[in-house]
Design a protein around this ligand. Structure first.
Ligand code: FAD
Length: 393
């Protein structure tokens, strides 16, 4: 089959990349190895800033609208924080991803599931993509195949390090989730190196999970998940569908586009280092790619380099700020959680990041003023402190 764009992977990154290009008039083939609807280990938290990037309403797949959080600190104290507006929509990935693919198909995308892509080769001015013994040709290929994808590797891109790992399970609540969790998430800080624990209420279950630095937190995640259950008076044996997954985080400066090929979402390693949020960056990177694909197909650009420039301007500064804050937070968790507990301004600032009213790097710049230049050295020092405390990663 000959087409303009082949997108490999139909998660939020792939369906958005496909839909945005089709909406601009390109012929798009979207391939996924799984049969849809398919699930993925994920809290299913879609921040308001992410939902704002989508030109349609997510309500049909939203199970809880989050306007607050129960924050549990290392010493067991907890605090409840609320916000007057929606912060995050909680959904299930099987429902969200199928919904996003449906919107892509409505825009004219040809979607084929059950297609395992094994080879992608550059030929002439385009690419050949082989899936299930069939060969498809296109001028543009997009690697949206997630943390364990193949496109980055076969096209010679640096594979993003699997810096973090998370384990989650579902606690069934057939009568509905407990009252105290309705419209709020619960977050536990200070227990897991490089991460945190969460409880995300859905329609008929609560999703519980723990995540942290891969080599340090990874081997004990099952124990951490059990401890999280017990901290909230839940029986760990009651958890169902327990599974884990990596969270890839890009090395600063890594290439994500060359010629007519590009990586988006987890395949590009665009997960937020501090929060583990990845759906926003999947959708945002895919939306950033579409104009560059359009320019390339129309002959206005000789490559997809414009996509990298947009990422450098719009997404990477925030991920860099998040990486720095992540190191600092985990080096000195107690002062930060104490600040988090007391400071209305900090809570308000974080809420504005979730809603997209402010960016994390903008807040850091505004808060530190002339001290902004000290963030990177402080992060480097914190990384040393973390290495001494926890070992290399
Ligand atoms: C436990 C856990 C909880 C998380 N919770 C949240 C959260 O609450 N909110 C949030 O924003 N982020 C969360 N994340 C991160 C988020 O899940 C990812 O960042 C997000 O799924 C990235 O989307 P994507 O489209 O890039 O990749 P994916 O959603 O992983 O999609 C990749 C697709 O590619 C397909 N694929 C892979 N290989 C091939 C192949 N060879 N051929 C064809 N198809 C292929 C897969 O089948 C899959 O459908 C969480 C991550 C984990 C591990």
């Amino acid at each position: 089959m000959q087409t303009d764009v082949i997108v490999v992977g139909a998660g939020p990154a792939g369906s958005t990349a496909a839909r945005e290009s089709a909406a601009r008039g390109a012929r798009v083939l979207l391939l996924d190895r799984a049969r849809f609807p398919r699930d993925k280990p994920c809290g299913g938290g879609v921040t308001v800033r992410c939902a704002r990037l989508l030109p349609f309403d997510l309500s049909p797949v939203v199970e809880q609208v989050v306007t607050g959080a129960h924050l549990r600190l290392r010493d067991g104290r907890h605090v409840t924080r609320d916000y007057p507006r929606a912060l995050t929509y909680l959904t299930q990935r099987s429902r969200l991803d199928a919904f996003l693919v449906e919107r892509a198909c409505e825009a004219g995308v040809e979607f084929r599931d059950g297609q395992v892509v094994r080879r992608v080769t550059a030929l002439g001015g385009g690419y050949a993509v082989e899936a299930n013994g069939e060969r498809h040709l296109a001028r543009v290929v997009v690697g949206a195949d997630g943390a364990n994808g193949v496109v980055a590797g076969v096209l010679g891109f640096e594979r993003p390090p699997q810096a973090a790992v998370a384990l989650e399970g579902n606690w069934p609540c057939p009568q509905g989730v407990p009252e105290w969790l309705r419209g709020r998430v619960a977050l536990q800080f200070g227990k897991i190196p490089g991460g945190y624990g969460w409880l995300f209420p859905k329609g008929d279950h609560v999703n519980l999970g723990v995540g942290g630095w891969q080599p340090i937190a990874g081997p004990t995640l099952r124990r951490s998940l059990d401890e999280l259950c017990r901290a909230y008076q839940l029986d760990p044996a009651a958890l169902v569908a327990v599974r884990g997954h990596h969270l890839p985080m890009q090395r600063p400066g890594a290439r994500v586009a060359a010629g007519g090929a590009a990586l988006v979402g987890d395949a590009a390693g665009l997960v937020d280092p501090l929060s583990g949020e990845g759906i926003y960056h999947a959708v945002a990177s895919a939306a950033a790619l579409a104009p560059a694909v359009d320019d390339y197909l129309a002959g206005r650009a000789g490559s997809l380099a414009g996509y990298e420039l947009t990422l450098q301007r719009e997404l990477l500064p925030e991920l860099a700020a998040s990486r720095a804050l992540m190191e600092i937070f985990h080096a000195w968790p107690d002062p930060f959680t104490a600040l988090f507990q007391r400071s209305d301004r900090l809570w308000g600032a974080l809420c504005r990041v979730l809603t997209g009213e402010q960016s994390l790097d903008g807040i850091v710049r505004a808060a530190s003023g002339p001290l902004a230049a000290t963030l990177e050295p402080l992060a480097a020092l914190s990384r040393c402190v973390n290495a001494l405390r926890y070992g290399p990663r």
